[in-house]
Design a protein. Structure first.
Length: 94
């Protein structure tokens, strides 16, 4: 499943917020740990700013996760997409 740049940006924003909240870390605390401004963290989380790779690494390090966790489509979503495609093909051929 190939994502557009905008979809990847939205995915990163969503994952960042989810991971930060899962770890019970405020935007300010994350910003301090990642040596970024709180404003930058907020802009990335809302999809209003695209972080460069250095910023992604800083955020991932601050959250103690792999940068891939912020950028990749999870296996469950890939499996769901695969099943939907198979269903559509079966409907078409059926």
């Amino acid at each position: 499943m190939k994502l557009t740049v905008e979809e990847r940006q939205n995915l990163l924003a969503k994952r960042l917020r989810e991971e930060r909240e899962k770890q019970h870390i405020s935007q300010i605390d994350l910003a301090l740990k990642a040596q970024l401004s709180q404003n930058i963290v907020a802009l990335i989380e809302t999809g209003k700013r695209v972080p460069n790779i250095s910023t992604v690494f800083k955020i991932a390090d601050a959250l103690d996760i792999s940068p891939v966790a912020l950028l990749d489509v999870p296996s469950e979503e890939k499996e769901t997409a695969r099943k939907q495609i198979i269903s559509l093909v079966n409907q078409y051929l059926g």
